[in-house]
Ligand binder design. Sequence first.
Ligand code: TXA
Ligand code: MG
Length: 316
Amino acid sequence: MTEIDKAYKILKENGVVGIPTETVYGLAASIQSQAGINRIFELKERPFFDPLIVHVNSITQAKEYVSNWSPLCELLANHFWPGPLTLILTKKNSISDKITSGLKTVAIRMPSNKKTLELITRLGHPLAAPSANKFTKTSPTKLIDVTSVFPDLFVIDGGKCTVGIESTILEILHNQIKIYRPGMISKQEINTLLSQNNIPATISYHESPIAPGSLKHHYMPKTPIITTLGPLHEQDTSSLPKHLLQKTASWKLPINAAIAAREIYGHFRKLDQQETTSMIIEITPKQRIDDHFKGILNRLFKASSYFLPEDLVEES
Ligand code: TXA
Ligand code: MG
């Protein structure tokens, strides 16, 4: 029996499986299984007000489940799918209220992992899946990150996630694109696509109407993270509790955004396995304003307990 056979069987029996995607691993159930969907919320300890993402195997499949697919959607999906872009669209009745937490809209994306696409195709309909971590904890980017938290879960092995942070989430309202969660598909990249196609849409960052990781503390390891702008020795550390700097681990955010994204959750995790009093993560002034780092800094800031300078986040 292959991994796909086994996962298919579990899903058919209203179960939940771990699936690899290019962003992070997901905790998946068939969109047709209410029991499976309930089990996701239970396993994840996630409140029912936080809706799930529906994963499809094609643009054709996505269109079956939404009622407002537009030429702009087509352009974005054609360009970025399969890939780390989630579109918020008006749902049809075939998507249950459980999946969308009662919202009229559904979050939908086509991931690029071959095994996951094969599983969706075999099943014949999409998979609902949040990231495969407990609510507010760091998302998993390797199989072992999932099985160490959910030891009884069957997980399809997709190796290490190539993108490393969750998808960019956006909603299209007429000619206005609202980014609710920044990710590795940046505003700049979307803008370039729009202008190449002479589309007069505007694009801007917004707080989500609901809470996609918009809770202040999210992705947070147990050991406190101190994010510094430039090296620690150049900072005024007098505001920090003294014990924090007794035994520190440190990491300089890589200059290349793709590498930084791929590595960041691994570093959060490694940190929790070491006996340190804090982890110092250093960013540069350039990274702080670079659009390619928007998603990475969004996760880093939510995972951090302290900032040097203290107003690092407010100013950006
Ligand atoms: O890369 C990803 O997006 C990963 C992989 C597994 O696909 N998934 C992921 O799922 O990050 P999750 O559930 O951890 O985050 C999805 C976010 C949620 O915080 C939720 O609030 C938001 O998407 N969301 C879902 N449906 C929505 C909707 N209809 N309107 C606005 N936001 C929505
Ligand atoms: Mg998540």
